[in-house]
Design a binder for this molecule. Sequence first.
Ligand code: GLY
Length: 437
Amino acid sequence: MKVLVVGTGAREHAICDALKDDVELYAYMSKNNPGIAKISTYKIGDEGEVDKVAEFAKENGIELAVIGPEAPLGKGIVNALEDVGVPCVGPAQESARIETDKSFMRNLFEKYEIAGSVVYKVFDNFDDIDKFLDEFDRDVVVKPVGLTGGKGVKIVGDHLRDNQDAKLYAKEVFETEMGGFAKVILEEKIVGEEFTIQAFCDGEHLVAMPAAQDHPHAFENDQGLITGGMGSYTDTDGLLPFLSQEDYDAAVAIMKDTLKAIAKETTPYKGILYGQFMLSKDGPKLIEYNARFGDPECMNVLPLLKTPMIDICKDIVAGELKEAEFEDLATVCKYIVPDGYPDTPHAGEIVEVDEEGIEKLGAKVYYAAVNEEDDGIHLSGSRALGIIAKGKTIAEAEEIAEKACGLVKGNVYHRRDVGTEALLQKRVDHMKSILDE
Ligand code: GLY
């Protein structure tokens, strides 16, 4: 079967890797990702030019497409591909609004009385925010409506000093129309531990994957800016050291109710649904949805998949999704980024990756924002590659991943603390202190 994967990053490399043994693999990517290039017939082009992607699919007789990133989903890539007869693992533009339009998502929770929502309000002008924040007695999160590449959300107590500071930021969002929409959502800030659940969806049925935890701060001990995630882990039982089966089930129930609500409201949702939750003292609260796999969390779950990925993809497009089996192993993923990230002082420099040595250790490399040229692999300003290791425990996976990170040479950095005993204990203690309050 001819299968096309759209996207350039480590997430898409992991998707390609999960498919490569069972299909004739094609890729459409904006940079020359060396990992994807090695295993596919590919075209370098802008993934956001959805009609060109559809043309490429048609010319090559593609029979199924898997869409990696959110931006083309927001531009209707699935609609364009379906118009030329290519079924997709990825939602149509209307249902991708679960990610691309945060007010659509919150309104859906309200209308269909879905559990796990938070107090929120949508604003279309600054004066109303000004008045609202003078009265609101809890800390807030400011979210520009629309896609901001994960960088537009700011939290009081984290990036913002207080609700007055939140006002200044909201004003800036309106003035610059950040995200392309002149709207802002204010949400109450929920205190707890964040976790991710990714699920396969066929419009009606949802099959959840193991829970993961990402590390969005740039530096160790959760310091620095919130960036693209710096690493993530999963545990052997599909739960997390601070997450019980009951909490996991409650989060999955929220996702199932969301899937049903989308089908009542608009085009049924087919593809990957990514739920980002905060485990609070009142159980899981939905922070946001993404209409795609998580990055890095995709790299944790796909290497554990025992059911062939292509079978799951076929079931998704046929609306006959049944199950997905995963190995009972832990994983740790660490992202290697250029020194100074999220600034870009080393963009263009070469990074040396001893892939063979990494594989000998039992780890894997998934390439992200790099570009392979004749003289080697060049860094861009963003995350360069993910290293993922499996183990019988998180500790075992962490040790392998850490050794493998040592086989990447250049002006690069990674968070050594992702998946360590000390950081896991900090998460467990934090959750315990919240529950004991
Ligand atoms: N892990 C965050 C994201 O995928 O958006």
